[in-house]
Design a protein around this ligand. Structure first.
Ligand SMILES: Nc1nc2c(c(=O)[nH]1)N[C@H]1C(S)=C(S)[C@@H](COP(=O)(O)O)O[C@H]1N2
Ligand SMILES: [Mo]
Length: 539
């Protein structure tokens, strides 16, 4: 139709795509934008991608309220939910944009464009310093998304036009009842086919883009760098006096070790270009490479670490053999100035933690660790290096993917979780757990052996007591420990008859203090209360 024709004839009722097909067009347009963002990020080796950067921003902003929902300090499920939530939100928004774009053709440019700006800003402000290339990623993604939306909307409109076409014997009014004419069927097939193809392409680009950034950084480092045996080690006891089936082993295998962090995807740090800087209130700030770190005299020590958000009886605690360089050696080399009250550590992903300088007193185990259970750290546990400080909860001390140790004042700066409602200091509280039987478990008849663990790292556990069916506290048998820095395994043989029973456990630490029965929630500085299980013995 020419302009003249438009002017000369009365304007026809504009025919537009149905709301459903427009929604589908918009949804797939948004998917194409997300997939393209992932792909271009992958091709340019940029992390995080726009989606992960936006999700990460979300974590940082709302982590405090997530805490109130009693979510642990970021378990794996919360993250999957967040990423999926971000994607679903984008797709739903895309659907609305598709519907609106039938009247306002430029709507996808405005809304996807705004999304692109949000994604780029999230990438640029991410501590991993994605540069101006984020704008390029946004431009390409938004372009692809808008293009896909328009393309599909036009195909969807073609279906509506075919339906309304006077040449269609069924006519516009009759199209509801009459069988679709071939032209409607063809138009519909074209639209569905294009939508399906673009949907598949967006999923494939997202998956491929993601695979591009997932390198085997640990394997690469293993080929180039060699771990040396430690200069000194605290031995793991060669054997334990007992084991209880189903109870925690003394050393937690790495693959079973709990993982907690705010990273939506664990940072993949290249050991070859990584370095750690020690600065702030020190006489001689310095930087060391991975090779230099491995060359320093190291120690190997079994230490139990725990998350402050662990509930009574929870499993956010584990014991590993950590190899690394004593933090005291590094601080000595830097020359800590008087007035430096806080060891404040930074992760490559911007996460931070701080604890009092006095904790590095030469007695407490505090190491910059690069190996766990005899192997280089895995990516989820902080490769290439992390901190392990015996007796302090992870949120104040155990910085993974560490890149900077800053000596500063106590009031100068707060670690990540402190402004989010957690205490500034986080010593691990005396705790104990029953592993066997599990609550609700049905045990075979003929004598039940209870078993579990108890810990107060850096102080140690003197004894463990169990009360069955509210009876007197009975002393449990203890396993062998390598030092006061780990948990101790315990067991208690009982002679319980058939029926329902319950048991409670408490520990007494090496200072002679009995674990409190007073119930406290994890926030702000660790749960207290006694772990109790109810179980049944078969007849
Ligand atoms: N970079 C970084 N390091 C981190 C965290 C984090 O969110 N980011 N979480 C800390 C918390 S809260 C705990 S309990 C420990 C858990 O260490 P793990 O995952 O190796 O068990 O890591 C600590 N180190
Ligand atoms: Mo934690």
């Amino acid at each position: 139709m020419t302009d003249d024709a438009l002017l000369d004839t009365p304007a026809p009722e504009p025919i537009s795509a149905s709301a459903w097909s427009a929604a589908l067009a918009g949804t797939i347009g948004a998917a194409v934008a997300l997939g393209t963002g992932q792909l271009v990020s992958g091709l340019l080796d940029v992390t995080p991608s726009p989606v992960l950067a936006v999700g990460g921003e979300f974590v940082d902003r709302f982590a405090a309220s997530l805490k109130e929902l009693a979510v642990s300090l970021f378990g794996t499920n919360d993250k999957a939910a967040l990423v999926i939530g971000t994607v679903i939100f984008s797709l739903v928004l895309g659907a609305l944009v598709g519907i609106g774009a039938r009247r306002q053709r430029w709507l996808p440019v405005v809304v996807l464009g705004a999304f692109g700006v949000v994604g780029a800003l999230a990438q640029i402000t991410d501590p991993r310093h994605v540069g101006p290339v984020a704008w390029l990623i946004a431009l390409v993604s938004v372009g692809a998304g808008v293009g896909a939306t328009w393309f599909l909307l036009d195909r969807a409109r073609a279906v509506a036009v075919a339906k309304a076409s006077p040449s269609d014997p069924a006519g516009p009014a009759g199209s509801e009842v009459g069988a679709p004419t071939p032209s409607v069927a063809v138009a519909r097939r074209t639209f569905i086919g294009a939508a399906a193809a673009l949907g598949a392409v967006s999923a494939a680009t997202a998956a491929f883009g993601r695979s591009l950034v997932q390198q085997d950084v640990v394997g690469e480092a293993a080929r180039r760098f060699r771990l040396r045996p430690p200069k000194s080690r605290v031995e793991v006891p060669a054997s334990q006096p007992f084991t209880v089936d189903g109870a925690s082993p003394y050393i937690t295998p790495t693959e079973d070790f709990y993982r907690i962090d705010t990273a939506l995807s664990a940072p993949q740090v290249d050991a070859g270009s990584w370095s750690l800087r020690i600065d702030g209130m020190v006489d001689e700030p310095f930087e060391i490479s991975y090779q230099e770190l491995l060359d320093l005299p190291s120690v190997e020590v079994p230490v139990t670490i725990q998350c402050v958000s662990n509930e009574v009886g929870g499993d956010l605690v584990g014991t590993a053999v950590w190899q690394g360089v004593p933090l005291a050696d590094l601080l000595e080399r830097a020359g800590v100035q008087s007035g430096a009250e806080q060891v404040f550590t930074h992760s490559v992903d911007g996460w931070t933690a701080g604890f009092p300088t006095e904790a590095v007193d030469g007695e407490r185990v505090a190491i910059l660790a690069y190996a766990m259970n005899g192997e280089p750290l895995t990516v989820p546990h902080g490769f290439p290096a992390r901190l392990v400080v015996a007796g302090l909860y992870g949120y104040v001390s155990a910085t993974k993917w560490i890149e900077r140790i800053e000596l500063t004042t106590w009031d100068g700066v707060d670690g990540y979780w402190v402004p989010r409602g957690w205490s500034k200091e986080g010593p691990i509280k005396l705790a104990s757990r029953i592993d066997v039987p599990r609550s609700g478990e049905r045990m075979p008849a003929g004598g039940v052996t209870l078993g579990g663990v108890a810990w107060r790292p850096s102080v140690g556990v003197r004894s463990v007591e169990v009360s069955v069916d509210d009876g007197a506290w009975q002393e449990a048998e203890l396993g062998t420990v390598s030092s006061e820095n780990t948990w101790v395994t315990w067991r208690l043989a009982t002679d319980l008859g058939p029926g329902k029973h319950q048991a409670r456990v408490r520990a007494i630490d090496a200072d002679g203090r009995t674990q409190t029965a007073a119930v406290a929630a994890p926030a702000p500085n660790g749960a207290t209360g006694l772990h109790q299980v109810s179980f049944e013995v078969a007849s």
